[in-house]
Ligand binder design. Structure first.
Ligand SMILES: [Zn+2]
Length: 115
């Protein structure tokens, strides 16, 4: 059973980026809820926990503590890039190697999402 932790960036009093009539916190939540629905409706063998499933304020420390206490195997934090640029990016913790498990998972996810 793989434990997947979905973290919609920002929320509540933290709007994240604002522009084009949108607030990042709403877009990240919509994406996370969609991911949860796809995983739950089309796949088995996993559990999902979310840092928030409503427009609520959750500190970064509370998010990571919750994921660690739950024993998450995979932590995905969703953000919308608003600093210019275009396309899709994914990052892993800077202390990890691209050749490690997390780096390999990142590469798989990147290729699938780009499709
Ligand atoms: Zn963000």
């Amino acid at each position: 059973m793989v434990k997947i932790y979905l973290d919609p960036g920002h929320g509540g009093s933290d709007t994240g980026a604002v522009g084009q009539g949108l607030q990042e916190k709403h877009v990240t939540l919509a994406i996370a809820l969609k991911i949860r629905n796809i995983l739950n409706n089309s796949y088995q063998g996993h559990q999902i926990r979310m840092s928030r499933s409503t427009d609520s304020t959750v500190s970064l420390t509370a998010r990571t503590n919750d994921a660690n206490q739950w024993g998450a195997d995979y932590f995905v934090s969703i953000h919308i890039n608003a600093g210019g640029g275009a396309g899709y990016e994914d990052y892993i913790y800077s202390g990890l190697s691209n050749q490690g498990t997390t780096g390999k998972y990142r590469q798989i996810m990147h290729e699938e999402i780009i499709k």
